[in-house]
Design a protein around this ligand. Sequence first.
Ligand SMILES: [Zn+2]
Length: 430
Amino acid sequence: MFLSGAGIRRTNLVKLTLICGIFLTMATLYARAAGDSIEKIADDPACVRALAWIDTSAVWLTDQQIHLTEIPAPEFKEGARAEYLKQILEAAGLKVQLDKIGNVIAERPGSDANSVILLAAHLDTVFPAGTDVRVKRHANRLTAPGVADNGAGLAALAGLARALFESRIHTTKTIVLAGDVGEEGEGNLRGIRALVESYGSRLSAVIAVDGASTEHITTQGIASHRFEIAITGPGGHSWSDFGAPNPITALSRGIVKFSALPVPDDPRSSYNFGMIEGGTSINSIPSRAAVKVDLRSEDEAEVSKMERALRDAMQSGAREEMSAARDEQQTLRVIVRSIGSRPAGKLPDNAPLLETLRNVDRFLGNRSRLERSSTDANIPLSLNIPAVSLGGGGKGGGSHTISEWYDASGREMGLKRLFLASVALAGVQP
Ligand SMILES: [Zn+2]
């Protein structure tokens, strides 16, 4: 066909308009797909099945939470609780292993075994063996040491395993669900350290499931250093050796000196003298006394500054006690031992992990704020692996006290949040 000059120009214009139109439509569609991706995921029949299961799972979830909470799990003694969690995960069709330090690890393989989304809930509690961990129930409210921290997180992990099982969904990335040991106290994050070391560069995101609340996304790990400071001396009889330097008194002097120092608000920092011990009887001058201290800050340099001040205060307390003693030949010794160190870390504000979580929250109508805390997420964050800590759903309070409580109202939303985030991060396979 022959076209006139004007005809050619018109045809090119039509082509150009068409091409532009196609590009524009593609761009719009792409933008819509990205913006709507959580909606699209939630509409997938597999996800519809999982979300429907979550809506009818309240009784089962509360039963699991009570059972898990009532198995004591002091730090370094998480074995029995780990075994029960293993059974729950196996019943959800997962292959489960215990690693050599006691972490419970369940893998749900995706099409890409080299890319892993890890969800970890800590098994341990701050409560010593012998604590009464029976759950008291009044209507919706459960009361027991550890019922929220981390009964709520463990119940959410169990619920997530079941929701994934019900969905029969295929994901691109492998989803790993883990109950990890040693998050609290002197466990010093040993469980998550081992998990992060074992999955290494395969980790594309880590979500620590800790506590109940859905009102936060913890994106910043607070640095913390923990010490035991012991003071030793000659000891003696309370009457016949009166005037000998006393380690308990020296320790007290040091604590008072350190506590008188200012602590900055910015970077926010804190300290706590959490445990104290020493002496053998009321009428003996003790030969040893010790205190455990937790120092925290948003800024690692500030923790180091507090550490130096703590050492100085304790030395000065001991010197003061020695100079007050009757016999100046009798000396005290200050021994500082590090019993834990948690590195700081921060998820960048523009991290895709955070964007996914914000999209999930928008979809669910959940309002959340960014938060700083010291959790399992500290370890991946300190290694620049994208990580956050999220609550398992419901409400809780009185954490680390024997009057700790949990209320399951709103738990379904928390579980849907974890489910949708996991699936969005792992990618849905047709
Ligand atoms: Zn916790």
